[in-house]
Design a protein around this ligand. Structure first.
Ligand code: UT7
Length: 325
């Protein structure tokens, strides 16, 4: 049976670099604390006025070129993001307009750091069922727009960026198995409290800094390790594979210590794990998207390799998928 596979990859990271030394001047923190607790050395930030769709469009163009498709060949565009340009229209519609991809239906997915994996699985369903042939999936975020630059417990963690893939039917390789999960009972561990219908923007919400990310990081840490390890194992089992078969593991890049603990828990060699957290920090849906793209560009992933995407985030939501490259 023909599978759905990734036929093009692309990414875009803003040029502006914010280092740990820069953060030392902004909040009570240190390069040493950030590196040892998170593995992050620097992150990329947009320029003023630059928005999520600007990053998504650049990543999408590169992915389309890599797939050797014209934008008119796209029948579906999904953008995974928690930082859309505005409440509506969707970022995917803005991307469609910029690409002149007039044959594509468009919607965004809100699955936080697992958004890219969720979006890949959704696009896969449309292609498997024969509804669409070619889909563009993008993970894009401007987390700097929702980061509280006075809160040292979160502002050292996040960055901006976008990664994109084009999905289509493939004759060999492709997505072997997928697994998605969620547990809304822990929604309060990671959220932006205001700006939605429950607490619309007001002087009160602004004064109380309620439009920024609030995270109970320590509690999340342990759950992330457990769930990411389980998700990878479940997806591999569904594929009839084990950790020994994995050539490249692409985890969500929230914390180097989480990633190392997951690798250890599932018995995966560290040299199989692809990392870009040191350069970009946590870019939510764009973390797995950019990491996959860079692993391919750096030839860490070759034809026939078994690749595992594994992500976890606010919701809580998680997802893993096993791909033969
Ligand atoms: O993206 C999807 C979901 N996100 C995650 O999965 C993130 C999971 N959590 C984490 O990555 C980690 O919990 C953090 C990196 C956020 C925090 O690391 P931690 O080792 O859990 O630190 P902590 O929150 O327990 O804080 C330890 C200490 C505290 O000081 P006291 O109370 O021990 O005196 C904090 O106040 O470190 C302090 N601290 C800092 N110190 C210097 C917190 N942030 C900073 C900072 N610089 N930036």
């Amino acid at each position: 049976m023909e599978r759905v596979g990734i036929i093009g990859i692309g990414e875009y990271l803003p040029k502006r670099v914010l280092t740990n030394q820069d953060l030392e001047k902004m909040v009570d923190t240190s390069d040493e604390w950030i590196i040892t607790r998170t593995g992050i050395k620097e992150r990329r930030l947009v320029e003023k006025g630059e928005a999520t769709s600007d990053l998504a469009i650049r990543a999408a163009k590169e992915a389309l070129q890599d797939a050797k498709l014209k934008s008119q060949d796209l029948e579906l565009i999904i953008v995974a993001t928690v930082t859309p340009d505005m409440q509506f229209p969707s970022v995917s519609c803005l991307v469609q307009s910029a690409l002149e991809a007039r044959n594509a239906s468009c919607f965004d997915i809100s699955a936080a750091c697992a958004g890219f994996v969720y979006a890949i699985v959704v696009a896969q369903q449309f292609i498997v069922t024969g509804i669409y042939k070619n889909a563009l999936v993008i993970g894009a975020e401007v987390l700097s727009s929702v980061t509280d630059w006075q809160d040292r417990s979160t502002c050292v963690l996040f960055g901006d960026g976008a990664g994109a893939v084009v999905l289509s039917r493939v004759k060999r390789g492709g997505i072997i198995s997928v697994y998605l999960g969620a547990d809304g009972t822990m929604a309060d561990l990671l959220m932006i409290p205001a700006g939605g219908s429950r607490s619309p923007a007001s002087f009160y919400t602004i004064e109380n800094r309620m439009h920024y990310i609030k995270m109970r990081g320590n509690e999340l840490f342990k759950i992330a390790v457990k769930i990411m390890a389980e998700a990878a194992q479940i997806a591999l089992k569904k594929a009839g594979l084990s950790c020994k078969d994995v050539d490249c593991f692409i985890p969500h890049q929230a914390n180097l210590r989480i990633i190392s603990a997951v690798a250890k828990k599932i018995g995966l060699d560290e040299d199989k794990v692809y990392l870009n957290i040191h350069k970009y920090g946590n870019i939510s849906s764009a973390s797995t998207a950019t990491a996959l793209c860079e692993a391919v560009k750096e030839k860490r992933i070759k034809k026939g390799d078994i690749v595992v995407l594994d992500a976890f985030g606010a919701g809580l939501v998680w997802g893993a998928c096993v791909i033969e490259w």
